[in-house]
Ligand binder design. Structure first.
Ligand SMILES: [Zn+2]
Length: 530
């Protein structure tokens, strides 16, 4: 029996290294049937013309289209399939558009200026967050008067609960676009503020996180920016490099808790899961690392929640509001994996990002919840080389390069994977390229691989998802969210309430007593709504 297994394994390995042609795919009927089914689904597609009670934006930081395709192959193979034919959760959304990601001042953008675009609906400059392009990078005195307001902020004003979930630090450029206004994305804590910024009264991003607006759920990394300088970290109490860094001696977590009755702060997975299921918790802040959270494959899953778990916890808390919620979920470290030139880290984090999308899709109804999935920008990540069907996404092209050496399918246009020292490119084999810490080769040496400038995709399902079409400016994402949620500047959206949910989408405009009554009825009717 054991021998048979070994033979089967060897057979599979042989097949994989030689590529694989599924016998059913040799038959034209297979493709004709598959496409006819897809055509049938397309013909029956009906826009959901109501307002959205809830809006969720999933942002894969740096998740360009090549990253989406490579992740599809990886996730398919992790599930025992050949790969490219197996749809991701995001692939199953019915509407798609392309988003033009440039910043006002840069053709190839960063995560700060783009966050302003897709979260606030206005394009900004490179490295600036939540301010129009009239504000200049690093010039504190150009901030005041140029602030722009996020859809999350407007959703809060409309009576919805709001949340920010990320695998990077919660003060990082993308989540900061939901609540902060700053001309420098690196002003994480007051220790990062230059003297002139202090003089002109610019605030660090961590301070803005707790001061600018009432955020019901905050989950991610970033403990060190919240506590006074030298405060030992609860997880790494003896590491002097992981202590609090605030020079103003403020304890921002304590300040945040004092503002809200029912506010709970947690810093590990067990505490998070407990707090999320406790209905007396109205506000939840979970900070799981001193700075960014770890890559999914490097997490200690007893201490660190996955992005999927954080998404579920956020939905548990936010969905208690009968007026609905707005949630931003970021796969923040996809971008970091690419910057390091380590495709394994980027793609495995994208698999987890897609798992979180699948979870949100399962826990909400497309009849009342608009889900958008997009990226802020791409990377100079590519995969090619005519690899055989069924081979590893981290594997080799089947033919040798002109220098008579092997090459990986995945390559970077630039970055730390540059290896042409002495004019000779090193050879590579499967055991090298499959190592999780392997850096794929890059054409130009950079300590950090750069973003890419091409368009990214936007995937959508739910009320008003059909507006996601064509080639759009990145700002369009914010405007679709605001319109579907009937929040400023689209409070006159004139959209009917989601079907079967009374007047939930319009509760904010109703007299309070009626709103409360309808709210409690909703809670009774829909205990498993989240
Ligand atoms: Zn980046």
């Amino acid at each position: 029996m054991q021998g048979v297994c070994v033979l089967l394994l060897l057979g599979l390995r042989l097949q994989l290294s030689l590529g694989f042609i599924p016998v059913e795919e040799e038959n034209p009927a297979f493709w004709n049937h598959q496409a006819a089914q897809a055509l049938d689904v397309a013909k029956k597609l009906q826009p959901i013309q109501t307002a959205a009670k809830n809006v969720i934006l999933f942002l894969g930081d740096g998740m360009g289209v090549p990253t989406v395709t490579a992740t599809r192959i990886l996730k398919g193979q992790m599930n025992g399939k050949l790969g490219p034919e197996t749809p991701l959760a995001m692939d199953q959304f019915p509407y798609v558009a392309l988003s033009k990601t440039y910043n006002v001042d840069r053709q190839v953008p960063d995560s700060a200026g783009t966050a302003t675009a897709y979260l606030c609906g206005v394009k900004g400059n490179y490295k600036t967050i939540g301010v129009s392009a009239a504000a200049r990078y690093n010039q504190c005195n150009t901030t005041s008067g140029n602030e722009v307001t996020s859809v999350m902020n407007r959703a809060k004003k409309a009576g919805k609960s709001v949340g920010v979930v990320t695998t990077s630090r919660v003060q990082h450029a993308s989540p900061a676009g939901a609540y902060a206004h700053t001309v420098n994305r690196n002003w994480y804590s007051d220790a990062d503020l230059p003297a002139d910024a202090q003089t002109y009264g610019c605030q660090d991003i961590a301070t803005q996180l707790v001061n600018n607006m009432d955020i019901d759920v905050i989950l991610g990394g970033g403990r060190m920016y919240m506590f006074p300088e030298g405060t030992p970290d609860p997880e790494y109490p003896y590491d002097v490099n992981q202590t609090g860094v605030r020079k103003d001696k403020r304890n921002l977590v304590q300040e945040w808790q004092a503002k809200h009755q029912g506010a709970q702060y947690v810093w590990n997975r067990t505490e998070l899961l407990q707090a999320a299921s406790d209905s007396s918790v109205t506000h939840l802040m979970g900070l799981f690392e001193p700075a960014d959270m770890k890559y999914n494959v490097q997490q200690d899953h007893t201490m660190d929640p996955t992005l999927e778990e954080m998404t579920e916890a956020a939905l548990q808390v936010l969905s208690r509001n009968p007026r609905g919620f707005y949630l931003f979920v970021e796969g923040g470290r996809i971008d970091h994996g690419h910057h390091e030139g380590k495709a394994y880290m980027a793609l495995t984090d994208t698999v987890m990002f897609d798992n979180a999308i699948a979870k949100a899709n399962e826990l909400t109804s497309e009849l009342d919840t608009l889900i958008l999935v997009t990226a802020d920008h791409s990377h100079v990540f590519s995969f090619g080389g005519y690899t055989l069907r069924g081979t590893s996404i981290f594997g080799l092209a089947p033919s040798k390069a002109s220098d008579n050496k092997s090459y990986t399918s995945i390559l970077y246009g630039n970055g730390p994977g540059y290896v042409l020292g002495g004019g000779s490119r090193p050879n590579v084999n499967d055991s090298i390229s499959e190592d999780p810490s392997y850096r794929q080769q890059a054409a130009v040496p950079l300590s950090s691989e750069s973003h890419g400038g091409e368009d990214v995709a936007v995937f959508a399902r739910g009320p008003q998802a059909h507006l996601i079409h064509g080639v759009q400016e990145e700002t369009f994402v914010a405007h679709v969210m605001a319109f579907a949620g009937c929040v400023e500047p689209y409070t006159d959206c004139n959209l009917p309430a989601p079907s079967g949910l009374s007047d939930a989408a319009h509760l904010a405009a109703s007299p309070p007593s009626l709103a409360l009554l309808a709210g409690s009825m909703l809670l009774l009717l829909a205990p498993a709504l989240y």
